[in-house]
Design a protein around this ligand. Sequence first.
Ligand code: ZN
Length: 474
Amino acid sequence: MSARYITTTLPYVNAAPHVGHALEFVEADCYKRACVLAGEEAFLNIGTDEHGAKIAEKASEAGLTPQAYVDEYAARFKAFADTLNISYDAFTRTTNSTHIASAQEFWNRCDDKGDIYKAAYEVKYCVGCELEKTDSELVDGKCPLHPNHEIEIRTEENYYFKFSRYEQALLDLYEKNETFVLPKERLHEIRTFVKNGLKDFSISRRKEKLSWGIPVPGDDEHVMYVWFDALVNYISVIGWPTDEATFAKWWPVTQLAGKDNLRQQSAMWQAMLLSAGVAPSAQIFIHGFITSGGQKMSKSLGNVIDPMALVEKYGTDAVRYILLRHVSPFEDSDLTPSAIHDHYTAHLTNGLGNLVARVMKLAETHLSEPIERPADSPFPQEYWDLLHAFEFNRVADYIWGRIQDLDERITREEPFKVVKTDLEKGRALIREMVTELYQIGRLLNPFMPATNELIKQTILENKKPENLFSRLDA
Ligand SMILES: [Zn+2]
């Protein structure tokens, strides 16, 4: 059995869970569930990134110790993932002691390699990104992602990682595997970034400025820069460096990340792995952002789409469906409450819900007993090809094509009339249709696991279900 290890990018806990986190969680979970259906053994890592200056600041604003603050946020993110029915195998917190030990050993390996040095530098820094910025990344002297923050000029003596040493190794990595980063436009973007020359990046902060971090091994005056520590979670969670067997079983990883994480995941992290003598990741899938009404969501604009409110109104599976089918896996996508409502009504109440009711009404009326549980037929290659390209929306299009075909078949072949002239022929027709409904349910499993279960149940009981997706007011 092949083993597949999938990870999301750990959310930084300076803000509440939002629809972007929901998107990444649901995509990762859909991918994992599909791999399991294909007979693979799969492991999904999610969790929270809990160190750094911004966390310490937020904690003090809230009148909490950093630990109490991150405990609260970790619990919130966990509940959020549970509400979305995410089948995670680990919830990694970067403040746990195993992770801390692993991050320190990772530092030592990079240090042994000669890739860590101390130097004083003046840097342009965006507090919003918690990243240094080069002039070419700034627009009118400001970070395009955080135009409201002033870019800070910082001079300090820090430890640096010899990123510049890994230019050619990274280019070779991208050259060898042209789907290492998906979509290919993002691979092109990161290749261009690396080709333009890499600057060593700072990986520590002085403790007097920031105590909320992992101590640098052998230097009491410094703690690790939050990125350096957090990235190591992808290997610490599967046993690196102490549990070699578990690590060897799962590594390398398939990563999901937002487009604001392209550089960290596909260049910085990969160089760090090379330095520590660990193989690179298997693949990195970069998704876009969700806007609403054509604008970035913000409280002041009043256009924030709250995934928990959506779950309350439409149910978990409906929200998973919307995120997987009506959000592009790669491009930025727009969602508004009215568009969400229209998708729900057209494709779940009418499309899927209506089909299940129609088929099961026929079965309940004309079959004297449930059909025998059908054999699980293999999924078509098209399904897997699209899935492994992370084109969740197109996989869903394929499933809704099957839904429409079955709906049209009922209208065309009229089993409700056939039973009147030839009962056995009509029943055989209905059994075929119920069997197809069963297969459609299985195809839906990675997207809408609870709905798959309900469809199976209704078939095995030979009973038309209560409304799967109630008609709701906008
Ligand atoms: Zn920024």
